[in-house]
Write a protein that binds this ligand. Structure first.
Ligand code: KG4
Ligand code: ZN
Length: 337
């Protein structure tokens, strides 16, 4: 069977066609991503109204491209899937209304997908052997959550950030270090050129929750930069990047370790979201999981950031459960799994 998926929750317009065999093995026939990064970069972050307009301009074209690349016609598609929550409401509405119209006009089942579940489902593309239960860290520009997946569809948030998302913290620190938005990937690289010799506070909240707070690290970095510039001399950009990465990554490792203590029957860990592309985070979680004897799953780099392949991947389980939507489907900004 084939699912046509759409993603438009933030600043990527994406359409993908995925084919599933009887065992759920996935072939990505197409995954077209039109990024708006260049449009938003000059504002230092995503401007919601501009994002919605850019999605509207791009979505028809990328749909044709996704079908053409997959060598499929709309008649070959078994279901249309779309991110319906969470995200920027105007941006989500573009995808939801487009998918709704396409499904209605072509008499195809419509499937609403949660973006966070989509990020997690990116892992099934290259790891069809991955099965729940597992613990997932979803870290992106908008979300940082620890999630316990009991089945492919039933998930509970067991921890979350109380302020900034991890990707947001990366982007804000990158910005003060003079890198263009979004600076997460550039920080990843710069950290290799420095030493983690500055002590920034942990984002792992010291209580019995699995929650994070990344705003403290960001403020500490800003204070450090201010005190460096007061003293004069060159700013140790690479050391700041290395020290920030060390503080952020070790905070995640602390809480993932606590989560594994809290749920000793779970032996699989999943990494997902844009920040899943971070090489330091990948290496640190690999190390943790090796030491704890649990299996770690990570998406291929091309499926870490927002894309429609992950949405179609999550939709497969909704399809199997018969969880379809109708034309009354609405978008929601609320971040629940
Ligand atoms: O999942 P995503 O594409 O969009 C959201 O749902 O937010 O994530 C984008 C975020 C941005 O904050 C970006 O800087 C961050 O992921 N990111 C990274 C890396 N690659 C992307 N952060 C750290 N290291 C990276 N290599
Ligand atoms: Zn995302």
């Amino acid at each position: 069977m084939k699912i046509l998926g759409f993603e438009s929750s933030c600043d990527e317009t994406s359409a993908a066609v995925l084919e599933f065999d009887d065992n759920g093995k996935i072939t990505v026939l197409s995954n077209i991503v039109a990024s708006q990064i260049d449009i938003h970069a000059r504002f230092g972050g995503v401007v919601p109204e501009i994002a919605s307009r850019a999605h509207t301009e791009a979505i028809s074209k990328i749909t044709y491209e996704a079908l053409e690349t997959a060598n499929a016609a709309i008649g070959d598609i078994d279901a249309v899937a779309v991110t319906a929550s969470p995200g920027l409401i105007g941006a989500l509405l573009v995808g939801v209304n487009f998918a709704k119209s396409l499904a209605y006009a072509n008499k195809k089942p419509l499937i609403a997908v949660n973006h966070i579940k989509g990020h997690i489902a990116a892992n099934y593309i290259d790891h069809p052997e991955l099965k729940p239960p597992f613990l997932a860290l979803v870290a992106s520009g908008g979300h940082t959550s620890l999630i316990k997946a009991d089945t492919y569809r039933d998930m509970t948030t067991i921890g979350a950030t109380r302020d900034d998302a991890l990707g947001e913290a990366f982007d804000k620190v990158a910005r003060v270090l003079g890198m263009p938005y979004p600076g997460g990937a550039a920080m990843d690289k710069l950290a290799y050129e420095g030493k983690p010799n500055i002590k920034f506070p942990s984002a792992a909240i010291k209580d019995d929750t699995l929650d994070f707070s990344f705003s403290g690290i960001k403020t500490a970095v800003l204070n450090h930069i201010n005190s460096c510039s007061q003293k004069g001399g060159e700013l140790p950009r690479a050391d700041i990047a290395a020290s920030f990465v060390e503080a952020a990554v070790s905070s995640v490792v602390i809480k993932m370790n606590e989560a594994l203590d809290k749920y000793p029957d779970v032996h699989r860990v999943v990494l997902a979201g844009g920040v899943a592309a971070n090489s330091h985070l990948r290496a640190a979680l690999e190390n943790l999981c090796k030491n704890r004897g649990v299996q770690l799953y990570m998406p291929a780099l091309k499926y870490c950031g927002d894309n429609a392949a992950m949405i179609a991947s999550a939709a497969y389980f909704e399809y199997k459960a018969g969880a379809f939507s109708d034309v009354s489907l609405n978008a929601s900004a609320v971040a629940e799994v």
